[in-house]
Write a protein that binds this ligand. Structure first.
Ligand code: ZN
Length: 139
């Protein structure tokens, strides 16, 4: 992975064989980014995506292997227990050009992934909401 910063924006190239979520979490930790927005495009060959079931209050997840375009990763950076908390969603397309996606747990890069992180001033903590069973923005 390589990165460059212009003002409050970080341009990151995640390389073949690297895992996107762990790379970006480590990047935010190293650069002390507590609040921000993430967007990315690229290609992946193994992803773990999830969906939150609001009835059982649990995430179901699935590992999928294949040839995928990363049409979009969208998400935010907030703070959780002194660490950056990344909440990311992904849309992929398969070899039949069909799109699907979900909550992003892991994605292995098969060619490249081009990420832009926009860093903001301020702080956004999260709290665990018992009713929802989710870590929500603490506003
Ligand atoms: Zn999510």
């Amino acid at each position: 992975m390589k990165s460059i910063q212009y003002g409050n924006k970080h341009f990151i190239r995640v390389d073949k064989g690297e895992e996107i979520v762990s790379i970006l979490t480590k990047f935010c930790k190293n650069k002390l980014i507590h609040l921000g927005k993430i967007s990315a495009i690229g290609a992946a060959n193994e992803v773990e995506i999830g969906i939150f079931d609001s009835i059982t209050k649990e995430y179901k997840s699935k590992i999928i292997k294949g040839t995928f375009e990363i049409l979009s990763i969208a998400g935010n950076i907030s703070s959780g227990e002194d660490k950056p908390y990344l909440h990311l969603h992904i849309t992929l397309s398969d070899s039949d050009y069909r799109a699907f996606g979900g909550h992003l747990n892991k994605a292995m890069v098969s060619a490249t992934c081009e990420v832009i992180i926009e860093e903001y001033e301020g702080n956004m903590e999260r709290y665990f909401d018992e009713n929802m069973g989710l870590n929500l923005f603490k506003l």
